[in-house]
Design a binder for this molecule. Structure first.
Ligand SMILES: O=P(O)(O)OC[C@H]1O[C@](O)(COP(=O)(O)O)[C@@H](O)[C@@H]1O
Ligand SMILES: [Mg+2]
Ligand SMILES: [Mg+2]
Length: 322
């Protein structure tokens, strides 16, 4: 099995970007270890703090954030970072070539139940002439990402990453301490019989999503003429990993639970990187109105509606909005 760096060189990834990716992965290897020892090391449970989004921070959210932030800011490769757990973007090296956005731990509610969690990251090129402490530089659409990926802390620690030459799977080999390529050019099946949505929000959705899901639930006696299965891991990394492996549609639609906040998932460090991975694997990643990666970001913690996965199923869902 091929090691990470040669696999990236085969995709003509620049040495600078390879170095940055290896830096991020060094932090995720440490997070993988801390996650495995969290119960023994007193790292389960919450801190007394909230992040800027009003969510209680788990101890592991904070530890993971510090590990990634410190290693990136010391690396010299990075001009600035933005993170779910940081109120504002944080300046790095003025000469740094890249901007990194990340969700240090996705699926935080799974931490204390020893269930799936992961780290999501998105890399853009820094804009020459803009200062490292200028938050405006993060306002770049998802189609300008040069790399996106996640590390899933599951039974195996897996890296799923794209640099624009397909989406590839790697597994952390603990015998030598590096990631090995296990599957190149993963393809999301175009059709599916599986959907992922938090059904407890059903009464708060808009009519098109209510109608779409009702038709899936009607199974082979309904207009879709086939039975659908449902899965919900409550960690986007886990749900998207399943979709990449065997197809499916994943959605976090608009809801009216809190009218101030119609969407849940964050554009910069959840929706955009996952969209890049899904599109590079032949899937579709949309809101009900447009391609996610074409959204021009307005702020680093912006939230967005998400409908992604198997191409034909995403199109079937979007038809309900027309
Ligand atoms: O609480 P719900 O509705 O199940 O939401 C689950 C969703 O929230 C998230 O956990 C949000 O991510 P964080 O854990 O990083 O805040 C997604 O990963 C997941 O898809
Ligand atoms: Mg998240
Ligand atoms: Mg998180």
């Amino acid at each position: 099995m091929q090691r990470l760096a040669p696999a990236l060189r085969e995709d003509n990834v620049s040495l600078d970007l390879i170095s940055l990716i290896k830096t991020i992965l060094a932090a995720t290897k440490e997070i993988s270890f801390r996650v495995s020892q969290a119960h023994l090391g007193g790292l389960l449970g919450s801190t007394l703090d909230e992040n800027i989004q009003g969510e209680v921070q788990k101890k592991l959210d904070v530890v993971a954030n510090e590990l990634i932030k410190d290693i990136l800011l010391e690396s010299g490769f990075v001009k600035a970072i933005s993170s779910e757990e940081e109120d504002n973007s944080v300046a790095g090296d003025e000469d740094g070539k890249f901007l990194v956005s990340f969700d240090p731990l996705d699926g935080s509610s799974n931490i204390d139940i020893n269930s799936l969690i992961g780290t999501i990251f998105s890399i853009h090129e820094a804009i020459p002439g803009m200062a490292a402490d200028d938050p405006e530089q993060f306002k770049q659409a998802g189609h300008k990402q040069v790399c996106a990926g996640y590390v899933l802390y599951g039974p195996s620690t897996m890296l799923v990453m794209t640099t624009g030459k397909g989406t590839h799977f790697y597994v952390l080999d603990r015998t030598h301490g590096g990631f090995l390529l296990v599957e190149r050019n993963v393809q999301v099946p175009q059709d599916t019989k599986e959907f992922a949505v938090n059904m407890s929000n059903q009464r708060f959705w808009q009519a098109p999503m209510q109608n779409y899901i009702n038709d899936l639930l009607a199974g082979d006696t309904g207009p879709r003429g086939k039975n659908f299965n449902m899965r919900w891991i409550a960690a986007m990394v886990g749900d998207i990993h399943r979709v990449l492996q065997r197809g499916g549609i994943f959605t976090y639609p608009a809801d009216s639970k809190n009218p101030e906040q119609p969407y849940k998932l964050r554009l910069m460090y959840e929706a955009n990187p996952m969209s890049y991975l899904i599109e590079q694997a032949g899937g579709l990643a949309m809101t009900s109105k447009q391609r996610i990666m074409d959204i021009e970001p307005e702020s680093i913690h912006q939230r967005v509606e998400v409908i992604m996965g198997s191409k034909n199923e995403v199109e079937a869902c979007l038809a309900y909005y027309q």
